[in-house]
Design a binder for this molecule. Structure first.
Ligand SMILES: Cc1cc2nc3c(=O)[nH]c(=O)nc-3n(C[C@H](O)[C@H](O)[C@H](O)COP(=O)(O)OP(=O)(O)OC[C@H]3O[C@@H](n4cnc5c(N)ncnc54)[C@H](O)[C@@H]3O)c2cc1C
Length: 532
């Protein structure tokens, strides 16, 4: 008897759903299996604090997805997806009450930077002009399967300045900032963007990451999904279901059953087996796929060893705050209107100290919080007049070996998370947001342990399905043997952010994996999506 489904997608993160949509459009009968009770993975919106307060559970702002052809190829606007183009895009605030705001208009951004350095202001403009000249190349490289290492290196050697570009790709943030900027405030602004992907100022590859984030935002904005980030997966689900696809939630896949080198079924945690007609696409993190769903017996000792060595990156803690009214920043109203606020001292060394403490297992003495101002970005997410913030505290240790705050006694996350959250909020109130403490109506804290429990694709409470390191990027992501969305089993593909171009709301791994699958099934991607 023929299987009911041609393709089974494991995980309904936005990449799993994106891949599923492209497969359904090609006429495949697709089933998406999701372990959580709702879809979206790290793109979800939930009432986590109080009724009527809609928090984006994980991702809040769209940066790289602004490049994505999927937005129009899958006609997401038809299914309720709409962006709010907020301004300022983000603000960086300092303990002395001064700040830099990156605005939609580059002239206004430059004016803000010029408060600290006219040279840095001109440098920002120059960097942005350079971005505009290479934007289409960046778009193509994000939204296509990665070239092989040999092709990539020979291309770099062929073009004038190619090796300078290669140097920049490897350069640390500290090295680049010293070459490029004079004000400590400007350097801190770039340094804080590397924290989004768990990169310290002294890690290789940090410079290009900070440049890319900031320039993408200067060009496209730091956009919020109207009504909540969950409207992205809901729009994808709308497209999928209209093309005959199905989604099952509360359906955790425990095993991929392989016979004669091919996946023939998946087994759910409850024991049910679902036959695979043609292929499986895995949206889960690569370690879970290889070590758990396939298993060492199937993939072999060598590959299993490589996946155990795969670096996961840094853990995060998340604090959700329902507020009696919107907060006011010491730095003034522009910070209060910003969807993202980065509060830090004006120092690259601050970031190094933070990573030094956390990588040594210590709760950090001066934690970094990405302040996401949900209600400033989209006031419909709260009852009238109220406020809603999310603090993404990153990095934090997964195993707590010590405490640089001097205030937290517990060494398990269950014991430590509330006292550590108290410390974070006291620090923010003292240095950056004087009315924060008094406005909190309800607080909910998710430690790294909570995060991995809620979502197995966030191992150790990490958010990137594998660290952003040059040796885990491009065709080497997650590992060279699996660098083209391929797994050790010929009809099992990777379609999540453990593949090129990595984490973030990008839709790119899902769409790129679909391109490879189309090729292997002799389907014509360009013909199915003529704008491609
Ligand atoms: C707190 C936080 C804030 C963030 N902020 C931003 C931001 O503002 N902007 C941005 O661009 N990015 C942000 N990110 C990163 C971004 O959200 C992720 O990189 C991206 O959404 C990952 O998408 P994905 O589809 O590849 O994987 P995921 O979203 O991780 O999806 C994987 C799915 O697989 C499911 N799953 C796992 N195991 C199984 C199993 N065995 N069986 C069935 N289902 C399974 C999971 O439940 C999940 O739904 C943030 C992440 C976090 C955690």
């Amino acid at each position: 008897m023929a299987a009911t489904y041609d393709a089974i997608v494991i995980g309904s993160g936005h990449n799993g759903l994106t891949c599923a949509c492209y497969l359904a459009k090609a006429g495949l009968k697709v089933l998406v299996l999701e372990q959580y009770h709702s879809i979206g993975g790290m793109t979800n919106t939930e009432e986590l604090t109080l009724p009527g307060f809609q928090s984006d559970t994980h991702a809040f702002c769209i940066q790289v997805a602004n490049f994505s052809p999927a937005l129009h190829e899958l006609q997401l606007a038809r299914y309720g997806f709409e962006l709010i183009y907020s301004d300022p895009c983000f603000s960086h605030v300092f303990p002395n009450g001064r700040s830099i705001s990156v605005r939609r208009n580059v002239d206004e951004t430059c004016q803000s930077i010029a408060q600290f350095s006219k040279t840095d202001s001109a440098t920002w403009r120059g960097l942005f002009e350079r971005f505009l000249t290479v934007k289409d190349q960046i778009d193509a490289s994000i939204n296509s399967p990665p070239p092989s290492f040999a092709d990539q290196s020979s291309a770099l050697q062929r073009v004038p300045g190619g090796l300078d570009e290669y140097r920049f790709q490897l350069q640390t943030l500290r090295s680049w900032c010293h070459e490029m900027f004079e004000a400590d405030e400007t350097k801190a602004l770039f340094g804080s963007w590397d924290l989004h992907v768990g990169t310290s100022p002294d890690d290789v590859g940090g410079a290009s990451m900070a440049w890319l984030f900031t320039m993408v935002i200067q060009h496209f904005g730091n956009n919020v999904v109207k009504g909540g980030m969950r409207n992205l997966p809901l729009a994808l689900a709308g497209f999928l279901e209209e093309h005959g696809g199905e989604i099952q939630t509360d359906a955790r896949v425990d095993n991929i059953i392989v016979e004669n080198g091919k996946a023939i079924a998946v087994r759910l945690a409850g024991g049910e087996e679902i036959e695979v007609g043609t292929l499986v696409a895995s949206n889960v993190d690569p370690q879970q796929l290889v070590l758990h769903l396939l298993g060492e017996d199937r993939v072999g000792t060598n590959l299993a060893k490589k996946m155990r060595q795969y670096e996961l990156g840094e853990s995060v803690m998340v604090v959700y705050l329902a507020l009696d009214s919107p907060v006011e920043f010491k730095a003034g109203p522009l910070a209060g209107q910003s969807v993202y606020v980065h509060p830090t001292p004006a120092s690259v060394d601050y970031f190094s100290r933070l990573f030094h403490e956390v990588r040594g297992g210590f709760l950090p003495s001066e934690p970094f919080c990405l302040v996401c101002n949900d209600s400033a970005g989209d006031p419909t997410r709260v009852p009238s007049g109220k406020g809603l913030l999310k603090l993404v505290v990153q990095p934090v240790p997964y195993i707590i070996r010590g405490d640089a705050t001097g205030r937290v006694k517990g060494r398990t996350w269950n014991e430590a998370k509330e006292p550590f959250a108290d410390y974070v909020i006291e620090m923010l109130t003292r240095d950056y947001i004087p009315d924060l403490q008094n406005k909190i109506l309800k607080r909910v804290v998710h430690s790294p342990k909570d995060l991995e429990e809620l979502m197995p694709s966030a191992p150790q409470g990490t958010i990137t399905h594998g660290a952003f390191l040059p040796y885990q990027m491009g065709s080497m992501r997650p590992i060279p043997e699996m660098g083209q969305y391929r797994s050790p089993v010929s009809n099992v593909y990777l379609c999540g952010s453990g593949s090129h171009p990595g984490a973030g709301v990008t839709m790119a791994p899902g769409r790129n994996a679909a391109q490879i699958i189309y090729q292997n099934l002799n389907l014509n991607f360009a013909k199915t999506f003529p704008t491609h």
